[in-house]
Design a protein around this ligand. Structure first.
Ligand code: ADP
Ligand code: MG
Length: 403
């Protein structure tokens, strides 16, 4: 069992919390504050316990100095201030030597947000390489560490794994919620358990496919993944996205052979053309010609998958049925989401684009659980553990290093 926030004595302590404030920003505006809202349970609990709160988060990809320009967490501080209706102090320097003094004079219930931890990657990758000095500095800012950034739990960074080596640590409410939902899916799904997987590249999803095949009764495939499987069965998939790696194709053939009863592939498709971007056509899966590109599943596939969904009790969805970003190829994804919504079954969706597609079509509240961890969600489903929370265990004598 992971050490939980509720089982940790935080009363009147200074608590360092790692959140996932990696919010989407367009033209200087936060366009979706779901991640900020997801941190409120933990913040309110700490406020209730009269803690001083020091918040860490990353935002965006920081590879070079210019990347800092559009990825400051100051915007998040402003947003949080409006939501909580209280001052949120902000430190422009994540490792400002004055910080310990500044935090010392803060009052109980005061909150300070530090600048993007990934700014520490310029020039020496202190965050991403889990630099021990950086971790010990961040740890020196509080007495307890709360890990509440599920989407960063698969990263061994200074602000995730590093800091746990110096402070007694626990998981926050949002990580706890994610783990509970995914554990339920992995350990004890109500059966029949059906997995629906789509998306782009089969190589990115092979491990997940293999892990899910061990747990589910049905695996319904779509998108680029299905293309590769169809090609492995010698269907002509024209100019569709698919693997051309011989070893991967052999692997897919073995998977198909060993899971004949479980795996379902598309029967039809909506195709485009490699030389005419205005061309779209309905095609049976055995009628695809060389220049055609499979972009979405067709109506017969939707009907066939619907039947399996309605016979199932639990469904896990990852990836999209087609190139949902283009309205001409969005029908398969939209229809499957709608069928899942109407089914009344236990439905869990996870993965970066999967969750984006659910939001894109307005199905946010339609499912049992939307796992917002992106890569971390998939890693947890494959390996059953995450490096960022491996060391946070209940009742374990934590060997805390000297700062
Ligand atoms: P997640 O991020 O949830 O794990 P993926 O990234 O695997 O999901 O899947 C979503 C992506 O897959 C979308 O960008 C979509 O355009 C792409 N995709 C789906 N079907 C196809 C297809 N037939 N050909 C090319 N790309 C596809
Ligand atoms: Mg993706």
């Amino acid at each position: 069992m992971k050490k939980r926030l509720e089982k940790t004595d935080v009363k009147e302590k200074t608590v360092v919390v790692r959140f996932d404030y990696n919010v989407p920003i367009i033209n200087g505006k936060i366009i979706d504050n779901t991640k900020i809202m997801a941190s409120l349970d933990t913040i309110n609990y700490l406020l209730k316990n009269d803690c001083k709160i020091v918040i860490l988060s990353h935002l965006g990809k920081i590879k070079k100095e210019e990347d800092k320009l559009n990825n400051s967490l100051e915007l998040v501080a402003e947003n949080l201030k409006k939501i909580l209706k209280q001052e949120i102090y902000f430190s422009h320097d994540t490792m400002d030597p004055e910080l310990p003094e500044r935090i010392k004079i803060m009052l109980p219930r005061d909150i300070i947000l530090l600048e993007n931890t990934r700014f520490l990657d310029i020039p020496n990758k202190l965050e991403s390489n889990c630099d021990i000095q950086a971790a010990s500095f961040l740890a020196s800012l509080g007495e307890i560490f709360v890990m509440d950034a599920f989407a960063s739990c698969h990263r061994a960074h200074a602000s995730t794994v590093g800091i746990t080596k110096f402070l007694p640590s626990c998981i926050g409410f949002s990580v706890e919620r994610e783990l509970a939902a995914l554990d339920k899916l992995l350990m004890n799904p109500k059966r029949p358990f059906t997995v629906i997987m789509g998306g782009a590249k089969v190589e990115d999803k092979l491990e997940l496919i293999e892990a899910m095949l061990l747990k589910c009764e049905h695996l319904l495939l779509a998108g680029g993944l299905a293309n590769s499987f169809l090609a492995a069965l010698n269907f002509n998939i024209g100019s569709s996205l698919a693997t051309n790696n011989y070893q991967t194709i052999q692997k897919l053939q073995n998977i198909l052979l060993n899971n004949r009863e479980k795996i379902l592939l598309p029967l039809d498709a909506i195709v485009g053309s490699s030389y005419d971007k205005n061309y779209t056509k309905y095609k049976k899966i055995n009628e695809i010609s060389d220049n055609e590109i499979i972009y979405d599943i067709g109506i017969k596939t939707i009907e066939k998958y619907k039947k399996i969904i309605l016979e199932s009790e639990t469904i896990f969805l990852n990836g999209t049925m087609g190139v949902y970003e283009d309205y001409r190829y969005s029908n398969g994804t939209k229809e499957i989401l709608n069928i899942l919504k109407e089914s009344g079954k236990i439905v869990v969706a996870g993965g970066g684009d999967s969750v984006s597609s659910v939001k894109h079509f307005g199905f946010n509240d339609a499912f049992t659980y939307l796992s917002c961890g992106g890569g971390a969600t998939l890693e947890y489903l494959i390996y059953g553990h995450l490096v960022g929370i491996d060391s946070i265990m209940e009742d374990e004598e934590i060997e805390v290093l000297d700062v």
